[in-house]
Ligand binder design. Structure first.
Ligand SMILES: O=C[C@H](O)[C@H](O)COP(=O)(O)O
Ligand SMILES: C=C(OP(=O)(O)O)C(=O)O
Length: 351
């Protein structure tokens, strides 16, 4: 018989189920306590009940769990040091949306060579996330694939929908189901309206189709996520200036949404020049000092070594340096968090 589907499938492989992986790497009672309380602290900041600043910081992507855990241990020291002013959450990004093509993250290609050993990638990501939470840090990630969340979402305290997918209906449906607060980036061209529409869509109840934890196809009805918020990441132009923040809060107000937002120092706001994140941070610190109550959180891309590197066959990678977007190095990260904490101290003293 003439086959009429799967004509362009080169290979099919079996995947471990989410349930099997979570039995291997369980969320124990102390971990569940840490994650639940981290999410609640983030929710309080987003709803303006806590005037500290949410700071989502870490590598653009995790490619070496060893180096990223080294980073996590350093970050935990700063997390504790600044806990009166900052809620520090580590970026633990395993899925990368590409403008065209490129390495798509640890889950799809853990060996960084196109071999795409997804079972290994899923296991490494879950194991790594467990370790980050055991260190005592809350974890943040971007949810890109519609199924991957089933393997890791119980270990995530803050989620993002990226600039390339904020307008997508299925991503909004997924966000409406997630148990953590979810930030929506503005579009890559700078369109903020799509993120506001996404917040509104994700607050509603939806039906969506997905495999369950045992790999069986089910239809979920969601109850809606009340903790959606916009992330200003810049576009053709940066959008972190006071006038951008004012325009965005006004638009949020039109829809009776909380007038609180997150500013991404990286991406379109630093035009992918990593040290410019510090300039953006300086501007945001001034806005906080000047009394802005709209800035609930910030995001920065940082790792151990500054900049980024290309994957070249046969050439060893520099330890602790990004293989996707350029990141601030560790010294600049320390400076950044000290700066943010100082500005927030000022805001707290003036309440
Ligand atoms: O944050 C990461 C990148 O900005 C995003 O994945 C797009 O990367 P690319 O333009 O290099 O594909
Ligand atoms: C891909 C990312 O950002 P954006 O969606 O804003 O490009 C990211 O934060 O890793």
């Amino acid at each position: 018989m003439n086959k009429t589907d799967e004509l362009r499938i080169a290979q099919i492989g079996f995947l471990v189920t989410p349930d099997e992986l979570s039995q291997r790497y369980p969320v124990t009672e102390p971990l569940a306590h840490h994650i639940t309380h981290s999410r609640q602290r983030i929710e309080r900041i987003l709803s303006g009940k806590d005037s500290r600043l949410l700071v989502i910081v870490g590598p653009c992507s995790v490619h070496s769990p060893e180096a990223a855990l080294d980073y996590a241990r350093r970050l935990k020291i700063l997390h504790d040091k600044y806990q009166d002013t900052l809620e520090v959450v580590m970026r633990t990004y395993f899925e990368k949306p590409r403008t065209v093509i490129g390495w798509k993250g640890l889950i799809s290609d853990p060996d960084l060579n196109g071999s795409c050993r997804v079972n290994k990638g899923l296991e490494q990501a879950r194991k790594f996330l467990r370790e980050v939470n055991l260190i005592g840090l809350p974890a943040a990630t971007e949810f890109l694939d519609m199924v991957v969340g089933q393997y890791i979402a119980d270990l995530i305290s803050w989620g993002a929908i990226g600039a390339r997918t904020t307008e997508s209906q299925v991503h909004r449906e997924m966000a409406s189901a997630l148990s953590c607060p979810v930030g929506f980036k503005n579009g890559t061209d700078g369109n903020t309206r799509i993120a506001i529409d996404a917040i509104r869509a994700a607050r509603a109840s939806h039906m969506f189709l997905s495999p369950d934890k045992h790999g069986k196809m089910v239809v979920y009805q969601t109850s809606g996520n009340p903790y959606g918020h916009i992330i200003l990441r810049g576009g053709k132009q940066p959008n972190f200036y006071p006038e951008d923040i004012e325009a965005t809060t006004k638009a949020l107000g039109t829809f009776e949404l909380p007038q609180r937002l997150v500013v991404d120092f990286s991406h379109g706001n630093c035009q992918k020049q990593h040290r410019r994140q510090l300039d953006v941070a300086q501007n945001i610190c001034q806005q906080i000092r000047d009394g802005s109550t709209a800035i609930a959180g910030v995001m920065a891309e940082s790792f151990i070594e500054p900049g980024h590197q290309a994957i070249e066959p046969g050439k060893p990678l520099v330890y602790g340096q990004s293989i996707t977007d350029p990141c601030l190095g560790w010294d600049d990260t320390e400076t950044l968090l000290a700066m943010l904490s100082d500005a927030v101290k000022h805001r707290l003293n003036n309440l």
